[in-house]
Design a protein around this ligand. Structure first.
Ligand SMILES: C[S@@+](CC[C@H](N)C(=O)[O-])C[C@H]1O[C@@H](n2cnc3c(N)ncnc32)[C@H](O)[C@@H]1O
Length: 229
């Protein structure tokens, strides 16, 4: 039987729940209290694909401004940084302060310490706050992986992100030509249709969780070609 050491517990703001970090012989995993595994260093393929593919399609990857939510184990952030140029800036929004601490500590090596990159800005809080119309900062790309799919798992208020109102807020947070990407553990036809109904051009792909066989995860990329109105 595998042996796991529990390294820490971090409260999830706005809930009575917490995340727990475990270390095995050569890997880590994070689970939500109640037992659902949220992330593992063994499965990073689709998280990396989200960061790479959203940035690779940018017209100006050298100087782009990108938002990643949330940090998790840092794979999406690291992949975005690896795809972008020296003048780019990536804001990573993370709701759980403990997750940021873990990435500055024992977990950091797993993704190559992307928080130490001078192009990284950390926003400790709800990614939704950065999507508020009152926020003058707009992004060329937004990569969202805050739950297990398009429904609030970390906390129920995340549901807003995947609603018509949330999608409208995401749209107005993008610079012209900008794109949003969503990660999900599995397909969700209703969410795909909701995205389409906003008028976005939508691409849905399945990506292996690890290597090139086994379980696959779903990514959606959406782009609104013309301004509304
Ligand atoms: C599945 S993990 C992200 C995995 C990440 N893509 C990676 O490469 O490791 C989800 C992360 O989002 C954070 N989170 C959940 N809701 C959030 C929110 N509303 N705003 C910011 N971060 C959030 C969680 O605490 C967790 O760290």
């Amino acid at each position: 039987m595998r042996h796991w050491d529990k390294l820490g517990e971090a409260p999830i703001p706005g809930t009575s729940r917490h995340l727990e970090l475990f270390r095995g012989k050569d890997d880590f995993f994070i689970r939500a209290s109640g037992g659902t595994e949220l992330m593992s260093t063994r499965k990073r393929g689709s998280e990396e694909a989200l960061g790479t593919l959203i940035c690779r399609a940018l017209k100006q990857p050298t100087s782009a401004r990108v938002l990643v939510g949330g940090l998790g184990m840092g794979f999406t952030l690291a992949a975005a940084l690896a795809t972008l140029g020296a003048q780019a800036e990536v804001t990573v929004a993370e709701l759980v302060p403990g997750v940021i601490e873990w990435n500055r500590g024992p977990l950091g090596e797993a993704a190559g310490r992307p928080l130490d990159d001078s192009r990284t800005r950390v926003f400790e809080g709800d990614v939704a706050a950065l999507l508020d119309p009152g926020n003058p900062t707009k992004f060329d790309a937004i990569a969202l992986d805050v739950d297990n799919g398009p429904e609030g798992l970390t906390r129920s208020t995340n549901d807003w992100l995947y609603s018509d109102a949330g999608l409208a807020a995401i749209r107005q947070s993008l610079r012209p030509g900008g794109r949003v990407g969503f990660w999900s553990a599995g397909p969700d036809p209703a969410f795909g249709r909701r995205l389409q109904r906003t008028g976005a051009s939508v691409e849905e792909i399945r990506v292996f969780a690890h290597g090139n066989k086994g379980a696959r995860h779903t990514l959606w990329f959406a782009e609104w070609r013309k301004e509304k109105g």
